[in-house]
Design a protein around this ligand. Sequence first.
Ligand code: HSE
Length: 406
Amino acid sequence: MSKIAIFGYGTIGSGVAEVLNKKREHIKKQAGEEIEVKYVLDLRDFPGDPVEEILVHDVNVILNDPEVDIVVEVMGGVHPAYEYVKSALLAGKSAVTSNKALVAACGPELLKIARERNLNFQFEASVGGGIPIVRPLEDALTAGDASGIYGILNGTTNYMLTKMFDDEMSYEDALAQAQALGYAERDPSADVEGFDACRKIAILASVASGQFVDYQEIPTRGIVGITQEDMALADLLGYGIKLIGSFSREDGKNYAEVTPMLVPFDHALYPVKDVYNGILVDGDINGAIMFYGSGAGKLPTAGAVVADVIDITKNAGRTVQAGYSEEKLPLADLSAKKRAFYVRVNGVSAENDEKARAFASSFGADSYTEIESGTYAFITEPMTRAAVDQLCANVAGSCNVIPVIG
Ligand code: HSE
């Protein structure tokens, strides 16, 4: 029998306990032995909940118990999750987490400690919730190189953008609805500013490249500033707008970013709507592979955590994951990369057809699209962001520039 402890009895923690209980026999067959929750660590009390019997408030009870083989960290945040997980690994226990903040900030160190002790530090649930993506990247897809990863990695913003695009909702109304449904926090900045997606793409890029990609070095722009006008113009041009976390490799250079992108109607990520996540992995051997499903939610995320626990139990005594090294992967400057952009021109009506056409054509666009308010937009030929900004400096109004997915 394998004994585990769960750090944090919130949504995911209680989901892990529920899955282990509900699927006890099935999990025993998968893991080759029974998996029992010996402790749950939480600051709170849960009167009347069966968890009361195994609830502890002091992490040392778990760290000092040699019977505990695996700890499951689902508290969120970097501290004290980092200290608890590190101490558990140093005490000879493998660890599983769903905590993207912890993995993005401390992954290399925790992986190293695990490797040195023939333990495992696994984090499938930290990206894409219930969608298997970490393990495929370091296991099933390892014959080739992933030349590009493009992900809709944040369910909250995908929900908002879907409402803005399909139901013509304003940004403010879409946010209010996401908050009312419990998708967005009262302070929605982690989602709408792209910070959540940034940590997730940093983790995927690290796993895919085998080297640490520091989330702090990834240029990140969220969906704040995307308007109903952008949605209408993109639609007329044949595109949707999605918040994309991307990692790509071209001519020996590595690029990573989080930004809204225009996604053509026939692109595999276009139909990924509402709170769903989708990740497209483009590889030199496997071609394009699409991962799609629930990027959050109690049971799907708990299921991914439990699958990691099963994997570790089956492989007790040896490190199974490839992981990635502490050596930082240098990221290239995106402003020097040539690609197509959507340019919305604000404050200058397209009524003067000749002027608007001439402006669009200076970006290599042979036409532009206009909406009722007189605002117009076009898609540039592949060019650098620096060149786009230089041309935009010539217009009387201002430009809103969004890259087109590559
Ligand atoms: N806030 C995140 C999202 C939760 O909306 O996708 C899952 O990481």
